[in-house]
Design a protein around this ligand. Structure first.
Ligand code: SF4
Ligand code: SF4
Length: 319
């Protein structure tokens, strides 16, 4: 497919989202559906993770243009004091718009009192089987008392449908509950399951698809990047080819519009950067923590319709 996208480097974006995933890959939970190979770090590996995190936060602090950061660890990082301290420090930077992290919410939360809480967003996942619903909800109540914004999510396994509904009913109505589709193949969900999941999460349908993205414009690599512990910059977590290194040149030199090179994109942290989806309109400043706060949240049907159109448009482009 031909592309009319410019091939020259763009000016620095008005805002850059940076997804950071350092070497840490341990977790205090053992979810059977966990996509990550878990590991117990040695003291030396913890030191290496701490050094990589410190280098990254120093880089963020040295920037002057608007940034947001999402920590997407291979395991659970928020139980570690160094990540708590990093989020606290980043939240106070004037050019830092948002700092978010994916977490199972099992660690202590009192440290958030020292953060600029209006800039912090937690992507909190509930893992039935690893924690009781009561305990998880108590953590949510702590966040409410602290005034910290968060989304709550759960993997949409059929065996957990009733639990998801009870969780939805127990959360404050303003707290968004997202459900990740359990993508084990077609026919997993019955029409009744889908109706129940769509009732629990009005955006569930968007996560049920693998979007055919090859050749489609995507902001990953232009307005969002993925960075690992060594500073290697990739456009997203799903395309391995490096664009460069965060610590070797101005990041703006690495950014430009590019069509997606993968056949499909199925993860929220990826497809929200497709301009055709218009996720910014729905999520606004809560985009990285998966908290719908934009004007489009008033009527999610527009977002759902764009997602359906994206499938049709991509299929036409691929053809
Ligand atoms: S909490 Fe997350 S990282 Fe930890 S085992 Fe469960 S899915 Fe994996
Ligand atoms: S569509 Fe997904 S896989 Fe493709 S560049 Fe964007 S985030 Fe990466």
């Amino acid at each position: 497919m031909s592309s009319s996208l410019p091939k020259t480097a763009s000016a620095p974006p008005s805002h850059l989202s940076v997804l950071y995933r350092g070497p840490l890959s341990s977790c205090n939970y053992a979810c059977p559906y966990c996509p990550f190979a878990k590991h117990t770090e040695t003291a030396e590996e913890h030191r290496a993770d701490a050094a990589a995190l410190s280098r990254f936060t120093d880089w963020v602090a040295a920037q002057t243009s608007p940034l947001s950061v999402l920590f997407t660890p291979w395991g659970e990082a928020l139980v570690r004091r160094r990540y708590q301290a990093a989020i606290t420090a980043l939240s106070h930077l004037p050019h830092l718009r948002q700092v978010a992290i994916q977490t199972n919410l099992s660690g202590r939360l009192d440290w958030l009192a020292d953060a600029a809480r209006d800039k912090v967003g937690l992507w909190a996942t509930y893992h039935p089987g690893e924690v009781s619903r009561e305990r998880f909800l108590a953590r949510c109540a702590e966040l409410d008392a602290l005034g910290v914004r968060y989304s709550v999510g759960v993997v949409g396994r059929r065996s957990q449908l009733a639990e998801i509904e009870v969780l939805r009913a127990a959360l404050r109505p303003e707290v968004y509950l997202w459900v990740n589709a359990f993508k084990v193949g077609p026919g997993y969900y019955t029409p009744s399951d889908l109706a129940r999941l769509n009732a629990a999460d009005p955006l569930f349908e968007v996560n049920t698809r693998r979007y055919p993205t090859r050749g489609q414009p995507c902001g990953a690599g232009e307005t969002a990047i993925s960075v690992d512990g060594a500073g290697t910059v990739r456009r997203c977590h799903f395309i391995a080819r490096p664009l460069g290194n965060l610590y070797a040149q101005p990041v703006a030199e690495l950014l430009r519009p590019r069509p997606c090179s993968r056949p499909s994109c199925e993860c929220h942290i990826g497809y929200v950067h497709l301009p055709a989806l218009g996720a910014e309109d729905l999520y606004g400043p809560g985009l990285l923590a998966r908290i719908p706060e934009g004007p489009g949240w008033a009527d999610p049907s527009t977002y759902l319709a764009r997602a359906r159109q994206l499938v049709g448009r991509s299929e036409r482009a691929a053809g």
